[in-house]
Design a protein around this ligand. Structure first.
Ligand code: FCB
Length: 486
């Protein structure tokens, strides 16, 4: 085991720091990653079912067919959350459980599936009974396959379908959900799904990726309005973005950073929080698309007030202008390469430079200072916008001890450093409302299958048995004491 350290910031490792009483400590999962029960109770296929069953797409041929079997073990998992003392649980709803689609590709018609709704209704009730706030994400990447067959996110009809789905969920759970999150990481859905191809549906179409960006933005705005119109309670509204914290290198570093910042960050915060696309984004991508899919009224529809902005953070990235000659280092900054590009318009201009370590088992560099910097930067850009860390955590190759316990000092250290960073950001005036550790359970890590473990609870994928790791015990103490334990 490598000794946990962090580059340049040996002091990001504090204890005793106290969080304010209203601060929300949670943990997160996503439907396709944990539920399993892929064909039960009326659930139709999603793009991730199709993708994971396509040879060569996911490590070892792993699929989410069984995953953590959370669908059947929901009561035990709820008890686990209660034992950990969580204030909140962030989960996602599998759209293909809620509506089934008939009809030819191109004109799918949807039928509401009550059994799917009932599952989430029971989950929400189970959380409330245990004093845990339900934080529900409508879309964490499992698009109904019929909608992909009809064009997927690059076509506008998918936005209409999403709005209808949002209305159904608002009516079904809006009396009890504490926070609605529309989308998880639309960056991944658009650019990895339709550009780079490492995520479902695995297409390599740069122009389609940008159309998907816009339609996901529009889906967010329309869903906020639909949820508001249908939710009987007074939930909060949010969206979760995976911000890229960028460093520049070499000549023209500022331009490289500006380009990637436009594609990765401002393509979403621009329309969602300011009601406009950044002019430089449109210029940088002009050779790929003319953005004629943006229609009158769209930006106003996207620009909805939200109560809290969800922030996912794992590591930093360094970019520089490519010299056009040397072998190009191109990746998506996070999720491995898959043939296409995640950076339409900049793929022949910018390259990613390897980050200095230490690294997690994902190969992602450990940089807690990046989290502090990101939170401070967001609160400077959007001073009125409360923030919530909706994902942060780390994969390491855990070893089960002889007594069955799971000592995971590297994950514990990673969390300590990032909670320290979050606390420092708050001390600098950032309005940070909460922090969700990714993930409650080891689970299906997309293209990496079950090879990468992010859980604070271990899942034995042969027996499906759960074991709280040492990091999970440490986190439970943090939640109990409201202060970073020794
Ligand atoms: C995020 C995803 C989440 C998980 C973590 C490690 O990008 O939202 O589902 O895969 O990365």
């Amino acid at each position: 085991m490598t000794e946990p350290t962090t580059q340049g910031n040996p002091d990001y490792r504090d204890s005793g720091l106290v969080f304010p009483p209203g601060f929300t400590f949670g943990s997160a999962t996503a439907s396709y990653q944990v539920e399993g029960a892929f064909d039960e109770d009326g659930r139709g296929p999603s793009t991730w079912d199709t993708f994971s069953k396509t040879p060569g797409k996911v490590w070892n041929g792993d699929t989410g067919d069984v995953a953590c079997d959370h669908y059947h073990r929901v009561d035990a998992d709820l008890d686990l959350m209660k034992d950990l003392g969580l204030d909140a649980y962030r989960f996602s709803i599998a759209w293909p459980r809620i509506q089934s689609f008939d009809g030819a590709a191109g004109s799918p018609t949807a039928v509401v599936n009550q059994k799917g709704i009932d599952f989430y209704s029971r989950l929400v009730d189970g959380l409330l009974e245990r004093g845990i706030k339900p934080v529900a994400t409508l879309y964490h990447w499992d698009l109904p396959q019929a909608l992909e067959d009809a064009g997927g996110w690059p076509v506008r009809a998918t936005v209409d379908a999403f709005e209808e789905y949002a209305s159904i969920m608002g009516a079904a759970l809006g009396d009890r959900v504490h926070t609605w999150t529309t989308l998880n990481e639309p960056w991944c859905s658009a650019y990895l799904g339709y550009g780079q191809g490492g995520h479902a549906p695995g297409r390599h179409e740069p122009a389609a990726a940008l159309a998907a960006v816009h339609h996901l933005n529009l889906a967010h705005g329309r869903a906020v309005s639909a949820l508001r119109a249908t939710s009987a309670g007074s939930p909060e509204y949010s969206v979760t973005l995976n911000f890229h914290v960028l460093r520049g290198a070499g000549d023209g570093a500022a331009d490289a950073v500006r380009r990637i910042d436009a594609l990765a960050n401002r393509a979403f915060t621009g329309p969602m929080l300011k009601g406009e696309y950044p002019a430089d984004l449109l210029e940088d991508t002009a050779s790929v698309t003319d953005w004629s899919f943006v229609q009158d009224g769209d930006l106003a529809a996207i620009h909805q007030p939200i109560d809290v902005l969800g922030v996912n953070y794992y590591s930093t990235a360094t970019v520089r202008l490519w010299d056009g000659v040397s072998p190009k280092q191109m990746n998506d900054g996070h999720k491995g390469a898959a043939g296409g590009t995640a950076w339409p318009g900049s793929d022949r201009v910018v390259e990613f430079v390897e980050q200095p370590g230490p690294y997690t088992a994902m190969g992602w560099n450990i940089a807690p200072e990046g989290l502090e910097e990101l939170l401070v930067s967001l609160s400077e850009q959007f001073p009125e916008q409360p923030l919530m860390i909706t994902e942060n955590g780390a994969a390491f190759d855990d070893v089960v001890a002889e007594d069955g316990s799971v000592p995971d000092p590297e994950r514990l250290d990673y969390l300590r450093r990032h909670f320290t960073a979050a606390h420092r950001a708050m001390a600098r005036g950032v309005d940070l409302r909460g922090y969700f550790v990714w993930s409650l359970l080891d689970n299906f890590e997309w293209g990496y299958g079950y090879a990468k473990r992010f859980g604070i609870v271990r899942v034995d994928f042969d027996t499906l048995e759960r074991t709280v790791k040492n990091s999970g015990r440490w986190y439970a103490e943090l939640v109990r004491e409201r202060a970073i334990p020794d």
